[in-house]
Ligand binder design. Structure first.
Ligand code: KIV
Length: 275
């Protein structure tokens, strides 16, 4: 029986992204809500429900306070709003570092309750055994090396990494360990440009850069940063819009209309039916 319904877009899976190594650059943005996911989905290969949600949506000072429940709620919204991009959900601080068993229970819960295609974990060598444990048990994992926002308390801030030789070696080792453990891709954040290129050449999985290098296999930005929702953004962000200015202008115009009784107007009110 033939159908006149359009063929639904097949959602990308982790192996599709892994197969893009060295090919057309992978486009990734963060998403936290259904309506924004719907707008980003046609343009992105990967939508990352980053734990940056804690900072950009919930007003936290860093990502340490983000919970599994927050990630699941935002993950469900992004899945509802998207059709074709692979949705990857960040495992929040404290949900995977304790043991491979804890990581498995929490990651399985995230995938079951959201329907997303993969999780992301920070760190490299120290978490490699856990990555292997998860992947062997059916959980696709994206790694994250270099500047690791969840390490903000030990690092004392968000600082670029890999400018000193020792740190370079460690980050390279982290990326290698992540790839060898079976991750399908790795985010490389806030590192010296040459190191990002070196990592991209050294590992067989796609590197997704943020503050890294145009030579990475893909790029990611925090959507709220690139839309200009903040007055300050890191050096590596390119602003493609000024939503802060737009929202502020709209709120001012609305408030002036309300105060002058120009809103609501005749087109925005209901009239009683005649008779
Ligand atoms: O949480 C996040 O948004 C991230 C990106 C910065 C890669 O991890």
């Amino acid at each position: 029986m033939s159908s006149h319904l359009p063929t639904p877009a097949r959602r990308a899976a982790a192996p599709d992204i892994a197969a893009r190594k060295g090919r057309e650059p992978i486009v990734c943005l963060t998403a936290y809500t259904a309506p924004v996911a719907e707008l980003l989905d046609p343009h992105c290969d990967v939508l990352l429900v980053g734990d940056s949600v804690g900072m950009v949506v919930h007003g936290l000072p860093n990502t340490v306070g983000v919970t599994l429940e927050m990630m699941i709620l935002h993950g469900q919204a992004v899945m509802r709003g998207s059709r074709k991009a692979l949705v990857v959900i960040d495992m929040p601080f404290g949900s995977y570092e304790g043991s491979a068993d804890i990581a498995y229970a929490n990651a399985a819960r995230v995938l079951k309750e959201t329907g997303a295609g993969a999780v992301k974990v920070e760190a490299g060598e120290t978490i490699a055994e856990t990555i292997a444990y998860l992947v062997k048990r059916g959980i696709p994992v994206m790694g994250h090396v270099g500047l690791r926002p969840q390490a903000v308390l030990v690092d004392g801030g968000f600082k670029a990494k890999g400018r000193e030789t020792d740190e370079r070696q460690q980050i390279l080792a982290d990326a290698r360990a992540t790839a060898e453990a079976g991750a399908f891709a790795v985010v490389v954040e806030g590192v010296a440009e040459g190191l990002a290129r070196e990592i991209t050449e050294a590992v067989g999985i796609p590197t997704i850069g943020i503050g890294a290098s145009a030579g990475c296999d893909g790029q990611v930005l925090v959507t709220d940063d690139m839309l200009g929702l903040f007055d300050w953004t890191p050096k590596f962000v390119r602003r493609y819009a000024d939503l802060r200015g737009e929202i502020s202008r709209a709120a001012q115009a609305y408030s002036e209309d309300v105060r002058a009784r120009r809103f609501p107007g005749p087109a925005e009110i209901y009239f009683a039916k005649a008779g």
